[in-house]
Design a binder for this molecule. Sequence first.
Ligand code: SAH
Ligand code: SF4
Length: 343
Amino acid sequence: MEQIKDLYHLAGLLPEEIAAIPHIGPSFRGMQIFKWIASGVTTFEQMNNLPKSLREELSNNCLVRSSHISQTLKDPDGTIKLQLTLHDGMAVETVLLTDQSDRKTACVSCQVGCAMKCAFCQTGQLGFARNLSTAEIVEQFLYLEEVAGPLDNIVFMGMGEPMHNLEAIKKAVIILTHPKGRNLSGRRITLSTSGIVSGIYALADSEPVIRLAVSLTTANPQLRQELMPVTLGNPLPELKKAISYYTEKTGKRCTLEAALLAGKNTGQDSAAQLINFAHGLNVHINLIPWNPVEGLPFQEPTPKECKAFIEKLEKAGLNVTLRTRRGRKIGGACGQLGKTKAP
Ligand code: SAH
Ligand code: SF4
């Protein structure tokens, strides 16, 4: 159970686990408290169907939230980035994205930093500090709902490699999809991995089913290894097999993401290699023009470069989207998280 420094972190617990906390009383209290947490309350006083004595007991040994908002940044395009300070003083960032149809998506982090060292990503430059707990993951979602109202989707595309913290994520998904709690649909939850093969198999075999995105970046093996060291232990042919297993097992299409780096992976040869990789797979291609990260030796692709790349993929019959740029003014776009320091 999520119990750090002798305090239970309630946002990471299921009703039966809350009921098992000493002195909670009859087991239905577990469900009552679980529902309160999912509804977004931040204090025990607000849980007005609990006896006062129980609320006092709870405030002595439990936390409604284990983290707090230490910074809020708003981009004129509607993107909001929150920096959360965790119980041990570390910080993570979480982002709210709003699309043209006003659908709201929480982009959630799963680690403080990231160990994967992708050459083009800000978070990758930080190195790895620690995994987040289930409570810390659920709390990001709850804080974003507090700021922006009910959210439609969650993407595990914030800081960190989700496959290296899969158990905590799976439990957060069970909590957020719980019919008596926030009751989100698994179809509205997506996890993005740098391409950890064993994790893709594990995800395919877990319940509830959630969507998979894989950061392919390029299907050129040498270039991918240079840009994404994960390729060494997770070679492209194995990655392709794992994606195929996921789509067949779950019946869901997988998204292949590619951050487009000017002059690196945007040429016609790169497009041909990507087409070859996608051949025979049930995939959708999502291209992300590189978002600038200070100090990194890459350039944003030109609109012309993007257009030629997309045309080649589409001619081959692939389904392609170009991700709209959002949150760049607040360092809240893909690959930019982790710049804000704790105040
Ligand atoms: N760690 C996970 C998810 C977070 S990154 C992963 O790597 O899949 C979300 C997406 O942004 C990934 O596809 C990643 O390759 C891409 N990305 C990383 N840095 C970027 C940058 N500076 N500009 C654009 N996309 C970037
Ligand atoms: Fe980590 Fe994803 Fe950034 Fe790679 S792109 S360093 S896996 S956060």
